[in-house]
Design a protein around this ligand. Structure first.
Ligand SMILES: NC(=O)c1ccc[n+]([C@@H]2O[C@H](COP(=O)([O-])OP(=O)(O)OC[C@H]3O[C@@H](n4cnc5c(N)ncnc54)[C@H](O)[C@@H]3O)[C@@H](O)[C@H]2O)c1
Length: 315
């Protein structure tokens, strides 16, 4: 019986993933491992999925290999989709060590248990930030060299290359996706879009870093979940895919779109001192994914933003 470990299923992307795939595949067991930190809330997962017989939850810290081992003994998992990573850049600037411990040593624990229990596929959720900055023009391809700027992206790159090394040295069956910025339901409101929506709802000023000219490519979270499933189930072992939304916007443009859709004035914009070494631009070339797996985003930005604002208006 296929039993898939999902790390961090109570977080932003993990909860969207479980809400859909637990119900889509009742014959597959899903084991959600999450420590429920500030960013974790089990209620982010749809009730129907949480009550499904093929959904299981274990509150465990991925840094704790002994407790993790008891979960592997209990469920005899066959595969893992590894979402887990401390993910907020500002937090990584304040506390780099936490990010190395969770994102690198946590991943190491899961890799060692993967070998110890003879699991099959190990899918690692990586990020476009491992490539660092691409200020003016051009796009990251899967061959772009890894040059992370923040302790967050360095720790993600650490996990990314560790997975690859286990592939070469121990024959680990792995796949990796490197995705651009996500937006949508259930995102922690320390991230730009949910934070600004909640401030605009209250008529409060929105704090925009620097001059707001930093550019990000935005992908609707459900599209990210679908491509993770495609790659996990269909890609050849050792495959690495960039994932993007072809939605490049400056942070200032995103802010103006939110204000416009929510019928508020741009007077609410307040420019604040910039983040230390704030990467100027991330831009993904996801043509390999299209070419090899025929995948492309389904939700365009206007539709995605409308759904996202509607979701936070219900909160
Ligand atoms: N959010 C994005 O835009 C984005 C883009 C590309 C890649 N990613 C990657 O996607 C993954 C998920 O990101 P997210 O934004 O959904 O995360 P999130 O911050 O929303 O979720 C964090 C979750 O992890 C849990 N957690 C924290 N520390 C833990 C630990 N030590 N052990 C077990 N659980 C722990 C928390 O309880 C919470 O449920 C990360 O690997 C991130 O790097 C995110």
């Amino acid at each position: 019986m296929q039993t898939i470990i999902i790390t961090w299923g109570a977080g932003f992307i993990g909860s969207n993933f479980l809400s859909k795939y637990v119900l889509a595949f009742p014959e597959i067991q899903f084991v959600n491992i999450d420590m429920l930190t500030y960013a974790g809330n089990i209620e982010k997962i749809d009730l129907a999925a949480r009550n499904a017989p093929n959904y299981h939850f274990e509150q465990v810290d991925i840094r704790d290999i002994d407790t993790l081992r008891t979960v592997y003994v209990k469920y005899s998992p066959t595969d893992i989709i590894h979402f887990a990573a401390e993910s907020h850049v500002d937090n990584s600037i304040r506390n780099p060590r936490l990010f190395t411990e969770v994102n690198v040593l946590g991943t190491q624990n899961l890799l060692d248990l993967h070998r110890e229990f003879g699991l099959k596929r190990f899918h690692y959720i990586s990020t476009d930030e491992v490539y660092g900055d691409i200020p003016d023009s051009g796009y990251f391809t899967e061959d772009t060299h890894i040059e992370p700027s923040s302790p967050y992206s360095a720790s993600k790159a650490g996990g990314d290359i560790l997975v690859q090394a286990y592939g070469r040295t121990f024959g680990l069956d792995y796949t990796i996706t490197r995705c651009s910025n996500n937006y949508g339901a259930n995102q922690n409101n320390i991230s730009l879009i949910p934070l600004f929506i909640s401030k605009i709802q209250k008529g409060e000023k929105v704090p925009l870093y620097g001059d707001g000219s930093n550019i990000r490519d935005w992908l609707y979270v459900e599209d990210h979940c679908d491509v993770i499933w495609e790659v996990f189930t269909r890609a050849n072992t050792g495959s690495i895919y960039n994932v993007g939304g072809n939605n490049e916007y400056t942070n200032l443009e995103i802010t103006k779109i939110l204000l416009q859709v929510m019928w508020k004035s741009e007077d609410l914009i307040s420019f604040v001192p910039d983040r230390a070494w704030h990467d100027k631009r991330y831009a993904i070339d996801a043509s390999k994914l299209k070419r090899e797996l025929g995948w492309g985003p389904k939700v365009d930005f206007p539709e995605g933003i409308a759904r996202t604002i509607w979701f936070y208006n219900q909160q």
